[in-house]
Design a protein around this ligand. Structure first.
Ligand code: ADP
Length: 388
């Protein structure tokens, strides 16, 4: 089955075509500057497509060149917010698309763009089966004691303010692969999964299900990220508001001007590690703050899952940053976790163990592949709905 995976942003559209049965990527691409024109800069850059429908025409032409007469069988969309309704991938009809649209207030940057992508496909290829795969869905199993904030009831009842969690597609995929690497059935996997990319989150997985995760109502909560602060005392926001900063400024300060960027001057982990190794004190402090926060979450989630059988690193930093992994694991001595320096330093695209044989909990690196997970989920939903 050929599945077109779409990750639709407000001004970009990322796509990948996968042959699900062969497990291969046929082609991929990125359309940018949607709805932005050429900025009037006269710099010779191509004018971006007017809207998502026009972007899709570009994709269609690009696919035709690669696929010839082979047709796409289904489209799978990454949808950021599934609210409380969606706990698994669904076949998207008009009612489902409207339901995703009603969740726009919970993810104002992302869900409207996802809806544009779904509608663009529906109008271009009306008979194409489309599946929505939600970033929040894996976390629908989180129990109330972990998702509820200790705030007045109407925060939740009127505004839906609770913890939702994100990166669910990655956490689920990586949990399954980690279980397989350890020779466990997916439902026998208890562990802590650390998705460390530009955005970063830790998830406590018990019996193969998410029981807690570090991102909350929005992706701002939890770990130190590239440009996000993660956990702060909420009174800081009130303090800044009283100092005259607007809601939009505070939002931008915490989401785009914080994290590694604020501490070390760069949101790129490679740059921060290089600076620290060259003796830059700010970079050193940034790595300390980020690794300490992360180690604290690992300790907490070891308790949440009733004793982790694995600690798993994934995504850009988790898969590639030998130095950052070493700094995190060095803080886990109280759990009896011991890294194997040589295994940690090995470069590989394969899932692997990087802890020493005597480590009380194995430490794993398991590359994530959200597109593959979305393509496989899409194929499964379509096959169940449209028996061939
Ligand atoms: P996104 O959340 O945008 O998908 P990624 O998963 O690609 O992000 O992760 C981006 C982060 O991974 C950046 O901080 C980058 O510095 C880091 N990273 C990527 N490659 C390496 C590498 N070889 N060594 C260290 N860090 C890396």
């Amino acid at each position: 089955m050929l599945v077109l995976v779409i990750n639709s942003g407000s001004s970009s559209l990322k796509y990948q075509v996968r042959d699900v049965d062969a497990g291969t990527v046929i082609t991929e691409g990125l359309i940018e500057r949607i709805g932005l024109g050429n900025g009037g800069g006269g710099d010779g850059e191509a004018i971006g497509p007017r809207d998502h429908a026009e972007a899709l025409d570009h994709v269609d032409r690009a696919l035709h060149e690669v696929l010839g007469d082979r047709a796409i069988d289904a489209v799978g969309h990454r949808v950021v917010h599934g609210g409380e309704r969606f706990s698994e991938p669904v076949l998207a009809n008009n009612e489902i698309i409207r339901a995703i649209e009603r969740l726009n207030p919970l993810a104002p940057l992302h869900n409207p763009a996802n809806v544009l992508g779904l509608r663009a496909i529906a109008s271009k290829w009306p008979d194409m089966p489309q599946v929505a795969v939600f970033d929040t869905a894996f976390h629908r199993t989180i129990p109330e004691h972990a998702w509820r904030y200790a705030v007045p009831e109407w925060f939740y009842t009127h505004h839906g303010i609770r913890r939702y969690g994100f990166h669910g597609t990655s956490h689920e995929y990586v949990s399954r692969r980690a279980a397989a690497l350890l020779g466990l059935a997916p439902e026998a996997f208890d562990g802590v999964v650390l998705h460390l990319g530009n955005g970063a989150s830790a998830t406590a997985v018990a019996g193969g299900k998410s029981v807690d995760t570090s991102m909350g109502f929005t992706p701002l909560e939890g770990l130190v990220m590239g440009t996000r602060s993660g956990d702060v005392d909420p009174s800081i926001l009130v303090f800044l508001a009283r100092q005259g900063h607007s809601a939009d400024e505070i939002d931008s300060l915490l989401n785009r001007e914080s994290g590694l960027r604020a501490l070390a001057g760069s949101n790129d982990m490679r740059t921060v590690v290089e600076a620290a190794e060259a003796g830059d004190r700010k970079a050193e402090v940034a790595l300390d703050v980020a690794s300490y926060r992360l180690a604290k979450y690992v300790g907490a989630y070891h308790v949440s899952v009733g004793g982790a059988k694995a600690i798993v690193f994934t995504a850009g930093i988790g898969e590639n940053s030998v130095a950052f992994r070493a700094r995190v694991v060095a803080r886990l001595g109280a759990l009896g976790v011991v890294l194997d320096g040589d295994r940690n330093a090995e470069r590989s695209k394969e899932p692997r163990v990087i802890s020493a044989p005597g480590s009380a909990i194995p430490v794993l690196v398991v590359p994530t592949d959200e597109e593959r997970a979305i393509a496989e989920a899409t194929a499964a939903v379509v096959r169940a709905a449209v028996p061939s």
